[in-house]
Design a protein around this ligand. Sequence first.
Ligand code: FE2
Length: 447
Amino acid sequence: MGDGKPFHLNGNFAPVQDEVSAENLEVEGAIPPGLQGLYLRNGANPVTGHSEHWFLGHGMVHGVRLEAGNAAWYKNRYVRTPFLDNPEIQRISPEGQVDRQVSAANTHVIGHHGKILALEEGSFPCELDGQLETVGFTDFGGRLDTAFTAHPKICPVTGEMLAFGYSWNSPHLVYHRVSPEGELVQSEEISVPGPTMMHDFMVTEKYALFLDLPVVFDIEAAMRGTMPYKWSDDYGARVGIMPRTGNDADVRWFEVEPCYVFHGLNAWDEGDTVVFDACRMSEIWREAGDLAGGTGHSTLHRFSFDLSSGVTKEETLEDRGMEFPRVADERVGQKNRFGYAVNVKAPEGGGLGFGGYCKIDNDKGTVETRDLGEGVGAGEAVFVPAEGANADSDEGWLLSYIHDDRSGASELLIVDATDFTGKPAARVKLPQRVPFGFHGSWVPDSN
Ligand SMILES: [Fe+2]
Protein backbone atom coordinates (compact mmCIF):
# COMPACT_ATOMS: atom_id res chain seq x y z
CA MET A 1 0.00 0.00 0.00
CA GLY A 2 1.90 3.08 -1.18
CA ASP A 3 1.10 6.66 -0.20
CA GLY A 4 -1.90 5.56 1.83
CA LYS A 5 -3.84 5.05 -1.39
CA PRO A 6 -6.12 2.07 -1.85
CA PHE A 7 -4.58 -0.84 -3.75
CA HIS A 8 -6.47 -0.05 -6.95
CA LEU A 9 -4.64 3.27 -7.34
CA ASN A 10 -1.16 1.89 -6.63
CA GLY A 11 1.48 -0.01 -8.57
CA ASN A 12 0.22 -1.40 -11.84
CA PHE A 13 -3.37 -0.79 -10.81
CA ALA A 14 -2.72 2.96 -10.99
CA PRO A 15 -4.19 4.74 -14.02
CA VAL A 16 -2.07 6.07 -16.86
CA GLN A 17 -2.35 9.70 -17.86
CA ASP A 18 -1.95 9.71 -21.62
CA GLU A 19 -3.63 8.37 -24.70
CA VAL A 20 -0.73 7.07 -26.80
CA SER A 21 -0.34 5.83 -30.37
CA ALA A 22 2.72 3.92 -31.54
CA GLU A 23 3.46 1.99 -34.72
CA ASN A 24 5.67 -0.96 -35.68
CA LEU A 25 6.30 -2.19 -32.17
CA GLU A 26 9.45 -4.02 -31.16
CA VAL A 27 8.91 -7.76 -30.93
CA GLU A 28 10.98 -10.46 -29.27
CA GLY A 29 10.26 -13.81 -30.92
CA ALA A 30 7.87 -14.25 -33.83
CA ILE A 31 4.22 -13.24 -34.01
CA PRO A 32 2.28 -16.08 -35.64
CA PRO A 33 1.32 -14.71 -39.08
CA GLY A 34 -2.18 -16.20 -38.76
CA LEU A 35 -2.97 -13.63 -36.07
CA GLN A 36 -4.65 -10.97 -38.15
CA GLY A 37 -6.76 -8.58 -36.14
CA LEU A 38 -7.03 -6.65 -32.90
CA TYR A 39 -6.26 -7.70 -29.37
CA LEU A 40 -8.34 -5.41 -27.16
CA ARG A 41 -8.67 -5.13 -23.42
CA ASN A 42 -10.78 -2.80 -21.31
CA GLY A 43 -10.16 -1.61 -17.78
CA ALA A 44 -10.81 1.13 -15.24
CA ASN A 45 -8.62 4.22 -15.58
CA PRO A 46 -10.07 7.10 -13.55
CA VAL A 47 -9.46 10.32 -15.45
CA THR A 48 -9.11 12.28 -12.21
CA GLY A 49 -6.56 9.76 -10.89
CA HIS A 50 -9.01 8.73 -8.17
CA SER A 51 -11.98 6.41 -7.89
CA GLU A 52 -13.80 5.05 -4.88
CA HIS A 53 -13.48 1.47 -6.09
CA TRP A 54 -11.45 -0.49 -8.63
CA PHE A 55 -14.63 -1.20 -10.58
CA LEU A 56 -15.64 2.46 -10.90
CA GLY A 57 -12.90 4.15 -12.96
CA HIS A 58 -13.43 5.35 -16.53
CA GLY A 59 -13.14 2.77 -19.27
CA MET A 60 -9.89 2.75 -21.22
CA VAL A 61 -9.26 0.26 -24.00
CA HIS A 62 -5.71 -0.84 -24.77
CA GLY A 63 -5.32 -2.38 -28.21
CA VAL A 64 -2.62 -3.93 -30.34
CA ARG A 65 -3.10 -4.56 -34.03
CA LEU A 66 -1.38 -7.68 -35.36
CA GLU A 67 -0.99 -8.29 -39.08
CA ALA A 68 1.32 -10.40 -41.23
CA GLY A 69 3.57 -11.29 -38.31
CA ASN A 70 3.97 -7.67 -37.21
CA ALA A 71 2.66 -5.64 -34.33
CA ALA A 72 1.39 -2.78 -36.49
CA TRP A 73 0.26 -0.51 -33.68
CA TYR A 74 -0.60 0.04 -30.04
CA LYS A 75 -3.19 2.53 -28.88
CA ASN A 76 -4.97 3.26 -25.65
CA ARG A 77 -8.15 5.29 -25.73
CA TYR A 78 -10.74 6.29 -23.20
CA VAL A 79 -14.26 5.29 -24.05
CA ARG A 80 -15.78 8.73 -24.45
CA THR A 81 -18.90 8.87 -22.33
CA PRO A 82 -20.81 11.62 -20.48
CA PHE A 83 -19.18 10.23 -17.30
CA LEU A 84 -15.71 10.84 -18.77
CA ASP A 85 -16.62 14.42 -19.67
CA ASN A 86 -18.01 15.02 -16.19
CA PRO A 87 -16.85 12.59 -13.48
CA GLU A 88 -19.37 14.17 -11.08
CA ILE A 89 -22.35 13.43 -13.29
CA GLN A 90 -25.13 11.41 -11.66
CA ARG A 91 -26.48 8.27 -13.31
CA ILE A 92 -29.81 8.56 -11.53
CA SER A 93 -31.87 11.76 -11.79
CA PRO A 94 -33.66 13.25 -8.75
CA GLU A 95 -36.86 11.77 -10.25
CA GLY A 96 -35.29 8.28 -10.19
CA GLN A 97 -34.68 8.00 -13.94
CA VAL A 98 -31.54 6.03 -14.83
CA ASP A 99 -29.42 7.37 -17.71
CA ARG A 100 -27.86 4.29 -19.36
CA GLN A 101 -25.27 6.45 -21.13
CA VAL A 102 -23.73 7.63 -17.88
CA SER A 103 -21.42 4.67 -18.04
CA ALA A 104 -17.90 3.86 -16.96
CA ALA A 105 -17.87 1.57 -20.06
CA ASN A 106 -14.88 -0.09 -18.42
CA THR A 107 -15.43 -3.83 -18.07
CA HIS A 108 -15.23 -5.70 -21.35
CA VAL A 109 -14.75 -5.12 -25.04
CA ILE A 110 -16.10 -7.58 -27.57
CA GLY A 111 -16.73 -8.01 -31.26
CA HIS A 112 -20.16 -9.00 -32.59
CA HIS A 113 -21.59 -8.69 -36.09
CA GLY A 114 -18.76 -6.47 -37.26
CA LYS A 115 -19.11 -4.09 -34.33
CA ILE A 116 -16.80 -3.51 -31.39
CA LEU A 117 -18.67 -2.89 -28.15
CA ALA A 118 -17.32 -1.59 -24.83
CA LEU A 119 -19.48 -2.91 -22.03
CA GLU A 120 -20.26 -2.12 -18.41
CA GLU A 121 -23.10 -3.87 -16.65
CA GLY A 122 -25.09 -0.82 -15.54
CA SER A 123 -25.38 0.72 -18.98
CA PHE A 124 -25.99 0.42 -22.70
CA PRO A 125 -23.18 -1.00 -24.87
CA CYS A 126 -20.90 1.64 -26.37
CA GLU A 127 -19.62 1.11 -29.89
CA LEU A 128 -15.97 1.77 -30.83
CA ASP A 129 -14.40 1.83 -34.27
CA GLY A 130 -11.39 -0.20 -35.36
CA GLN A 131 -9.08 2.62 -34.27
CA LEU A 132 -10.58 2.54 -30.74
CA GLU A 133 -12.39 5.85 -31.20
CA THR A 134 -15.85 6.03 -29.67
CA VAL A 135 -18.80 5.85 -32.05
CA GLY A 136 -21.50 6.05 -29.39
CA PHE A 137 -23.97 4.14 -27.28
CA THR A 138 -26.43 1.74 -28.81
CA ASP A 139 -29.86 0.75 -27.55
CA PHE A 140 -30.37 -1.55 -30.55
CA GLY A 141 -32.60 0.91 -32.35
CA GLY A 142 -34.62 1.77 -29.26
CA ARG A 143 -35.34 -1.85 -28.31
CA LEU A 144 -33.07 -1.96 -25.25
CA ASP A 145 -34.40 -0.16 -22.20
CA THR A 146 -32.38 -1.85 -19.47
CA ALA A 147 -28.74 -2.17 -18.59
CA PHE A 148 -26.75 -4.69 -20.63
CA THR A 149 -24.28 -7.09 -19.02
CA ALA A 150 -20.54 -6.82 -19.61
CA HIS A 151 -20.53 -10.60 -20.07
CA PRO A 152 -22.87 -11.48 -22.94
CA LYS A 153 -22.21 -14.85 -24.53
CA ILE A 154 -21.87 -15.23 -28.28
CA CYS A 155 -23.04 -18.66 -29.39
CA PRO A 156 -20.46 -20.16 -31.76
CA VAL A 157 -23.17 -22.32 -33.36
CA THR A 158 -25.84 -19.70 -34.11
CA GLY A 159 -23.89 -16.42 -33.86
CA GLU A 160 -26.51 -15.05 -31.46
CA MET A 161 -25.43 -12.81 -28.60
CA LEU A 162 -27.25 -13.77 -25.42
CA ALA A 163 -27.31 -11.29 -22.59
CA PHE A 164 -29.21 -9.83 -19.69
CA GLY A 165 -29.56 -6.65 -17.70
CA TYR A 166 -29.89 -6.42 -13.94
CA SER A 167 -30.85 -3.48 -11.83
CA TRP A 168 -31.41 -2.37 -8.24
CA ASN A 169 -34.82 -1.13 -9.32
CA SER A 170 -37.58 -3.06 -10.99
CA PRO A 171 -37.41 -5.12 -13.14
CA HIS A 172 -34.40 -6.61 -11.40
CA LEU A 173 -33.56 -9.01 -14.24
CA VAL A 174 -34.29 -8.95 -17.98
CA TYR A 175 -33.00 -11.50 -20.50
CA HIS A 176 -31.98 -10.33 -23.98
CA ARG A 177 -31.36 -12.24 -27.18
CA VAL A 178 -29.52 -10.50 -30.02
CA SER A 179 -29.61 -12.09 -33.46
CA PRO A 180 -26.44 -12.88 -35.45
CA GLU A 181 -27.29 -9.75 -37.45
CA GLY A 182 -27.09 -7.61 -34.31
CA GLU A 183 -30.85 -7.09 -33.83
CA LEU A 184 -32.32 -7.30 -30.33
CA VAL A 185 -35.05 -9.84 -31.06
CA GLN A 186 -36.21 -10.92 -27.60
CA SER A 187 -36.35 -9.39 -24.12
CA GLU A 188 -37.97 -11.18 -21.19
CA GLU A 189 -38.43 -10.05 -17.61
CA ILE A 190 -37.26 -12.79 -15.24
CA SER A 191 -38.69 -12.97 -11.70
CA VAL A 192 -36.15 -12.97 -8.88
CA PRO A 193 -36.67 -12.41 -5.16
CA GLY A 194 -34.51 -9.29 -4.94
CA PRO A 195 -31.89 -6.99 -6.48
CA THR A 196 -28.66 -8.98 -6.60
CA MET A 197 -25.40 -8.23 -8.38
CA MET A 198 -25.26 -10.50 -11.42
CA HIS A 199 -21.88 -10.03 -12.98
CA ASP A 200 -21.87 -12.98 -15.36
CA PHE A 201 -24.26 -15.50 -16.80
CA MET A 202 -23.84 -18.60 -18.91
CA VAL A 203 -25.28 -20.32 -21.92
CA THR A 204 -25.32 -23.85 -23.25
CA GLU A 205 -26.52 -24.89 -26.68
CA LYS A 206 -30.07 -25.12 -25.26
CA TYR A 207 -30.21 -22.95 -22.15
CA ALA A 208 -29.39 -19.63 -20.52
CA LEU A 209 -28.27 -19.72 -16.87
CA PHE A 210 -28.98 -16.89 -14.41
CA LEU A 211 -26.86 -16.61 -11.26
CA ASP A 212 -29.04 -15.24 -8.44
CA LEU A 213 -26.44 -15.19 -5.66
CA PRO A 214 -26.52 -13.47 -2.26
CA VAL A 215 -24.78 -10.16 -3.00
CA VAL A 216 -27.67 -7.76 -2.64
CA PHE A 217 -28.16 -4.04 -3.33
CA ASP A 218 -27.28 -1.89 -0.33
CA ILE A 219 -28.62 1.66 -0.27
CA GLU A 220 -26.15 2.87 2.38
CA ALA A 221 -23.18 1.87 0.25
CA ALA A 222 -24.85 3.53 -2.74
CA MET A 223 -25.09 6.77 -0.75
CA ARG A 224 -21.35 6.53 0.01
CA GLY A 225 -20.59 6.34 -3.72
CA THR A 226 -18.92 2.93 -3.62
CA MET A 227 -20.04 -0.47 -4.92
CA PRO A 228 -23.64 -0.64 -3.70
CA TYR A 229 -23.79 -4.38 -3.04
CA LYS A 230 -23.03 -6.56 -0.01
CA TRP A 231 -23.26 -10.14 1.15
CA SER A 232 -26.57 -11.36 2.61
CA ASP A 233 -26.87 -14.37 4.93
CA ASP A 234 -30.61 -14.49 4.30
CA TYR A 235 -31.02 -14.21 0.54
CA GLY A 236 -30.15 -17.77 -0.42
CA ALA A 237 -28.47 -18.77 -3.68
CA ARG A 238 -29.94 -20.23 -6.85
CA VAL A 239 -29.23 -20.76 -10.52
CA GLY A 240 -32.05 -20.35 -13.01
CA ILE A 241 -32.06 -22.43 -16.19
CA MET A 242 -34.23 -21.32 -19.10
CA PRO A 243 -34.48 -22.44 -22.71
CA ARG A 244 -32.73 -19.78 -24.79
CA THR A 245 -35.94 -18.76 -26.53
CA GLY A 246 -38.04 -19.28 -23.38
CA ASN A 247 -39.48 -16.86 -20.86
CA ASP A 248 -40.00 -16.37 -17.14
CA ALA A 249 -42.51 -19.22 -16.89
CA ASP A 250 -39.92 -21.65 -18.27
CA VAL A 251 -37.16 -20.88 -15.75
CA ARG A 252 -36.29 -23.70 -13.39
CA TRP A 253 -34.47 -22.57 -10.28
CA PHE A 254 -31.89 -24.82 -8.59
CA GLU A 255 -30.76 -24.03 -5.05
CA VAL A 256 -26.98 -24.01 -4.58
CA GLU A 257 -24.73 -23.53 -1.56
CA PRO A 258 -24.39 -19.80 -0.83
CA CYS A 259 -21.45 -18.43 -2.81
CA TYR A 260 -20.46 -15.76 -5.25
CA VAL A 261 -19.33 -16.23 -8.82
CA PHE A 262 -17.87 -13.28 -10.67
CA HIS A 263 -17.00 -15.44 -13.67
CA GLY A 264 -18.05 -18.72 -15.11
CA LEU A 265 -15.58 -20.68 -17.19
CA ASN A 266 -18.19 -22.39 -19.35
CA ALA A 267 -21.42 -24.38 -19.33
CA TRP A 268 -22.74 -27.13 -21.56
CA ASP A 269 -25.48 -29.75 -21.97
CA GLU A 270 -24.81 -33.41 -21.18
CA GLY A 271 -28.05 -35.25 -21.88
CA ASP A 272 -30.56 -33.88 -19.38
CA THR A 273 -27.82 -32.38 -17.23
CA VAL A 274 -26.45 -28.87 -17.45
CA VAL A 275 -22.82 -28.65 -16.35
CA PHE A 276 -21.45 -25.31 -15.21
CA ASP A 277 -17.80 -24.68 -14.29
CA ALA A 278 -17.00 -21.45 -12.47
CA CYS A 279 -14.53 -19.60 -10.29
CA ARG A 280 -16.46 -19.72 -7.03
CA MET A 281 -16.01 -17.87 -3.76
CA SER A 282 -17.75 -19.12 -0.64
CA GLU A 283 -18.40 -15.54 0.44
CA ILE A 284 -17.56 -11.92 -0.47
CA TRP A 285 -18.29 -8.37 0.57
CA ARG A 286 -19.60 -8.46 4.14
CA GLU A 287 -18.44 -4.87 3.85
CA ALA A 288 -20.02 -3.63 0.63
CA GLY A 289 -17.63 -3.81 -2.30
CA ASP A 290 -14.61 -4.71 -0.17
CA LEU A 291 -11.72 -5.81 -2.37
CA ALA A 292 -8.91 -4.54 -0.13
CA GLY A 293 -8.43 -7.95 1.43
CA GLY A 294 -8.57 -9.69 -1.94
CA THR A 295 -11.62 -11.14 -3.63
CA GLY A 296 -11.78 -14.10 -1.32
CA HIS A 297 -10.36 -17.39 -2.41
CA SER A 298 -11.82 -18.17 -5.80
CA THR A 299 -11.55 -21.82 -6.82
CA LEU A 300 -12.63 -23.87 -9.80
CA HIS A 301 -15.97 -25.45 -9.03
CA ARG A 302 -18.41 -27.62 -10.96
CA PHE A 303 -22.18 -27.37 -10.64
CA SER A 304 -24.27 -30.09 -12.30
CA PHE A 305 -28.01 -29.56 -12.61
CA ASP A 306 -30.04 -32.66 -13.49
CA LEU A 307 -33.13 -31.37 -15.26
CA SER A 308 -34.87 -34.76 -14.97
CA SER A 309 -34.44 -35.35 -11.27
CA GLY A 310 -34.06 -31.72 -10.17
CA VAL A 311 -30.91 -32.68 -8.27
CA THR A 312 -27.92 -30.32 -8.02
CA LYS A 313 -24.40 -31.61 -7.50
CA GLU A 314 -21.41 -29.48 -6.59
CA GLU A 315 -17.72 -30.28 -6.44
CA THR A 316 -14.47 -28.38 -6.16
CA LEU A 317 -12.28 -29.22 -9.15
CA GLU A 318 -9.18 -27.34 -8.08
CA ASP A 319 -8.10 -25.53 -4.91
CA ARG A 320 -5.63 -22.97 -6.20
CA GLY A 321 -6.86 -19.41 -6.64
CA MET A 322 -8.16 -18.67 -10.12
CA GLU A 323 -9.97 -15.79 -11.77
CA PHE A 324 -10.58 -14.39 -15.24
CA PRO A 325 -11.42 -17.85 -16.60
CA ARG A 326 -11.81 -18.22 -20.36
CA VAL A 327 -12.44 -20.92 -22.90
CA ALA A 328 -11.94 -20.58 -26.64
CA ASP A 329 -14.74 -18.49 -28.14
CA GLU A 330 -15.62 -21.54 -30.26
CA ARG A 331 -16.31 -23.60 -27.11
CA VAL A 332 -18.73 -21.19 -25.42
CA GLY A 333 -21.77 -23.27 -24.47
CA GLN A 334 -20.09 -26.43 -25.77
CA LYS A 335 -18.28 -29.01 -23.68
CA ASN A 336 -14.69 -27.84 -23.42
CA ARG A 337 -11.55 -29.81 -22.81
CA PHE A 338 -9.31 -26.80 -22.16
CA GLY A 339 -9.76 -23.64 -20.15
CA TYR A 340 -7.44 -20.87 -19.06
CA ALA A 341 -7.38 -18.59 -16.03
CA VAL A 342 -5.21 -16.18 -14.08
CA ASN A 343 -3.60 -17.61 -10.98
CA VAL A 344 -4.67 -15.28 -8.15
CA LYS A 345 -2.46 -14.89 -5.10
CA ALA A 346 -3.24 -12.29 -2.45
CA PRO A 347 -0.09 -10.23 -1.81
CA GLU A 348 1.10 -9.39 1.68
CA GLY A 349 -0.70 -6.31 2.92
CA GLY A 350 -3.91 -7.06 1.03
CA GLY A 351 -5.16 -6.11 -2.39
CA LEU A 352 -5.04 -8.36 -5.40
CA GLY A 353 -2.20 -10.23 -7.05
CA PHE A 354 -2.30 -11.81 -10.48
CA GLY A 355 0.70 -14.09 -10.50
CA GLY A 356 0.59 -16.24 -13.60
CA TYR A 357 -1.64 -18.48 -15.67
CA CYS A 358 -3.48 -21.76 -15.25
CA LYS A 359 -4.34 -24.19 -18.02
CA ILE A 360 -7.21 -26.50 -17.18
CA ASP A 361 -7.45 -29.87 -18.91
CA ASN A 362 -10.83 -31.47 -18.21
CA ASP A 363 -9.90 -34.74 -19.94
CA LYS A 364 -6.84 -35.29 -17.80
CA GLY A 365 -8.30 -33.58 -14.73
CA THR A 366 -5.17 -31.48 -14.40
CA VAL A 367 -4.26 -27.83 -14.00
CA GLU A 368 -0.89 -26.66 -15.28
CA THR A 369 0.60 -23.39 -13.99
CA ARG A 370 2.73 -20.91 -15.87
CA ASP A 371 4.58 -18.73 -13.39
CA LEU A 372 5.69 -15.37 -14.76
CA GLY A 373 8.43 -14.81 -12.21
CA GLU A 374 8.90 -12.43 -9.32
CA GLY A 375 7.27 -9.04 -9.82
CA VAL A 376 5.53 -9.88 -13.07
CA GLY A 377 1.75 -9.54 -13.06
CA ALA A 378 -0.73 -11.21 -15.37
CA GLY A 379 -3.93 -10.10 -17.00
CA GLU A 380 -6.78 -12.15 -18.45
CA ALA A 381 -5.56 -14.38 -21.28
CA VAL A 382 -7.60 -14.75 -24.46
CA PHE A 383 -7.28 -17.92 -26.54
CA VAL A 384 -7.04 -17.56 -30.32
CA PRO A 385 -7.21 -20.82 -32.27
CA ALA A 386 -4.60 -21.58 -34.90
CA GLU A 387 -5.91 -21.68 -38.45
CA GLY A 388 -7.28 -25.17 -39.15
CA ALA A 389 -6.92 -26.24 -35.51
CA ASN A 390 -8.94 -29.19 -34.33
CA ALA A 391 -12.10 -28.23 -32.49
CA ASP A 392 -11.71 -28.34 -28.73
CA SER A 393 -7.93 -28.53 -28.97
CA ASP A 394 -5.31 -26.28 -27.43
CA GLU A 395 -3.79 -25.53 -30.82
CA GLY A 396 -3.58 -21.79 -30.71
CA TRP A 397 -2.24 -18.85 -28.78
CA LEU A 398 -2.92 -17.12 -25.50
CA LEU A 399 -2.76 -13.35 -25.69
CA SER A 400 -2.52 -11.15 -22.62
CA TYR A 401 -0.91 -8.03 -21.22
CA ILE A 402 1.69 -8.55 -18.54
CA HIS A 403 3.59 -6.03 -16.44
CA ASP A 404 7.02 -6.21 -14.82
CA ASP A 405 7.20 -4.20 -11.58
CA ARG A 406 10.99 -4.03 -11.71
CA SER A 407 11.33 -2.53 -15.18
CA GLY A 408 7.96 -0.78 -15.16
CA ALA A 409 7.40 -2.17 -18.66
CA SER A 410 4.33 -3.83 -20.11
CA GLU A 411 4.18 -6.36 -22.91
CA LEU A 412 1.67 -8.22 -24.99
CA LEU A 413 2.59 -11.83 -24.26
CA ILE A 414 1.80 -14.45 -26.91
CA VAL A 415 2.09 -18.02 -25.69
CA ASP A 416 1.63 -21.20 -27.71
CA ALA A 417 -1.06 -22.94 -25.63
CA THR A 418 0.27 -26.39 -26.61
CA ASP A 419 3.60 -25.37 -25.06
CA PHE A 420 2.02 -23.66 -22.08
CA THR A 421 5.08 -23.39 -19.85
CA GLY A 422 7.61 -23.00 -22.68
CA LYS A 423 9.28 -19.98 -24.19
CA PRO A 424 6.71 -17.44 -25.36
CA ALA A 425 6.06 -17.33 -29.10
CA ALA A 426 6.37 -13.56 -28.96
CA ARG A 427 6.68 -10.64 -26.56
CA VAL A 428 5.46 -7.36 -28.00
CA LYS A 429 7.06 -4.38 -26.27
CA LEU A 430 4.51 -1.71 -25.44
CA PRO A 431 5.31 2.00 -25.40
CA GLN A 432 3.74 2.60 -22.02
CA ARG A 433 2.54 0.80 -18.93
CA VAL A 434 -0.76 -1.03 -19.31
CA PRO A 435 -2.52 -1.09 -15.94
CA PHE A 436 -4.21 -4.24 -14.71
CA GLY A 437 -7.69 -4.22 -16.15
CA PHE A 438 -10.64 -6.46 -16.66
CA HIS A 439 -11.64 -8.26 -19.85
CA GLY A 440 -10.86 -8.28 -23.51
CA SER A 441 -11.17 -10.06 -26.83
CA TRP A 442 -9.43 -11.03 -29.96
CA VAL A 443 -11.32 -9.34 -32.78
CA PRO A 444 -10.16 -10.95 -36.02
CA ASP A 445 -10.42 -9.02 -39.26
CA SER A 446 -13.15 -11.49 -40.18
CA ASN A 447 -15.33 -10.26 -37.23
FE1 FE2 B 1 -16.06 -9.64 -15.32
